[in-house]
Design a binder for this molecule. Structure first.
Ligand SMILES: Cc1ncc(COP(=O)(O)O)c(C=O)c1O
Length: 394
């Protein structure tokens, strides 16, 4: 039988392609045709895992600790993550509340499986990380995206939670710092959002995957404000381990058994090798490597923000974390100004730079904004700025 003829589930109608991946495919074709392409599309560090982590992975394989682990993760790693909250954030998170997952993606899927009732509405800002609305849709919930502009740092506000919470709303899904904007929710605003959610007996899932890459002061974890939140984190970004597929959740004590039984069924466990290797992330040797790399990301941020403005891409809110700039493209000197989809195509075809149009992140800023990822070397950043300046006649 022709697999084309198989009917797909109706929920697929609510799941859109991830445009950044489509652009990456086009860029790969141009490269095969001999063009020089600068990749500032995908949000993936140009660094790979630190040497102590690689050594620990090899050692784990040699020791043969490569079988299934418990669904919540190996105890030493859960303890190490709890210890990291103590040293990096000054908060006490018991290891029993830490759940090791297959990346933040696995964590978000688990959280949605456990918390999103069929038909439930989940509030999130527009723009948001594209997969978030699809994680909710995958469990037959509905993402209600609330237009969130620069005046609120592209983040949901407590006033919006009050205003938009309806009969079907069950919770909020936030990310701080955010993808695509690199902006964090200010701690006082976050405290108020969590209070609004709690008053309504709702859930708050807070994705803190970029907190390790916070450049303007110490980040504030939602865990320091409210014990009842579900936070998401990962080894992908600060620890430069995207392909290792390892992340974690911190969940309220009472929810651990619910998460455990869903994790057992959906994933069995996260990669055993990656878990053993990740123990080395928390050694002083590895942490100093990661901190040095974080300093490089900060330097890139400091270079790229004014450089983008100098070529006519306005940056309405200075990003304080992650490795993204969300730029307003309405004032650039190009026939496609203010049409982010056409403009990113033109930038790819004419200048050989991959950027992502706002449409990936929600309808509100779909045509007016583009995302630039600076998870690439300073040399590539300089080259890209030069190409954009030439394209825009600057
Ligand atoms: C905000 C956000 N959450 C989650 C993820 C998924 O990360 P992971 O590689 O840990 O699954 C990403 C990846 O880009 C992201 O930007």
């Amino acid at each position: 039988m022709d697999p084309q003829q198989l009917a797909t589930a109706s929920r697929l109608a609510n799941i859109r392609p991830f445009h950044v991946m489509e652009l990456a495919k086009q860029a790969a074709e141009l490269e095969r045709a001999g063009r020089s392409i600068i990749h500032m599309g995908i949000g993936e560090p140009d660094f790979t895992a630190a040497e102590p982590v690689v050594r620990a992975a090899a050692e784990a394989m040699r020791r043969g600790v490569t079988q299934y682990t418990g669904a919540l993760g190996i105890e030493p790693l859960r303890e190490a993550i709890a210890g990291y909250y103590r040293t990096a954030y000054g908060i006490d998170v018991p290891a029993r509340r830490v759940i090791v997952t297959a990346g933040a993606s696995g964590a978000l899927l688990l959280a949605c499986a456990v918390l999103v009732e069929i038909g439930a509405e989940v509030l999130m800002p527009d723009p948001s990380y594209p997969c978030n609305r699809h994680f909710v849709a995958a469990f037959d919930g509905h993402a209600k995206m609330i237009p969130s502009g620069p005046q609120q740092r592209f983040q949901l506000s407590a006033a919006q939670v009050r205003e938009h919470w309806g009969d079907a709303t069950r919770g909020v899904l936030l990310a701080s710092p955010s993808n695509p904007t690199g902006t964090s929710i200010l701690p006082e605003e976050l405290r108020q959002i969590l209070a609004e959610v709690r008053q309504r007996d709702g859930f708050a899932i807070v994705d803190e995957i970029y907190q390790g890459l916070s450049y303007d002061g110490a980040p504030v974890s939602a865990l320091s404000l409210d014990d009842n939140v579900v936070t998401v984190n990962s080894f992908s970004k600060y620890f430069n381990m995207t392909g290792w597929r390892l992340g974690w959740l911190v969940v309220p004590d009472a929810l651990v058994p619910a998460f455990e039984k869903v994790a057992q069924n959906l994933f069995i466990c996260a990669s055993a090798v990656a878990q053993h290797a990740a123990l080395a992330c928390f050694t002083p040797e590895a942490l100093s490597i990661y901190d040095e790399r974080k300093a490089q990301f900060r330097e890139r941020r400091d270079r790229i923000v004014p450089a983008l403005e100098s070529v006519g891409l306005q940056v309405p809110v200075r990003p304080d974390g992650a490795f993204y700039v969300y730029a307003d493209c309405r004032q650039v000197n190009h026939p496609a100004a203010g049409d982010a989809d056409r403009l990113t195509q033109a930038i790819l075809q004419e200048a050989g730079v991959v950027l992502v149009p706002g449409m990936d992140f929600g309808p509100h800023t779909a045509s007016s904004h583009i995302r630039i990822s600076y998870a690439t070397s300073m040399a590539h950043i300089e080259d890209a700025i030069g190409r954009l300046a030439k394209l825009f006649g600057r």
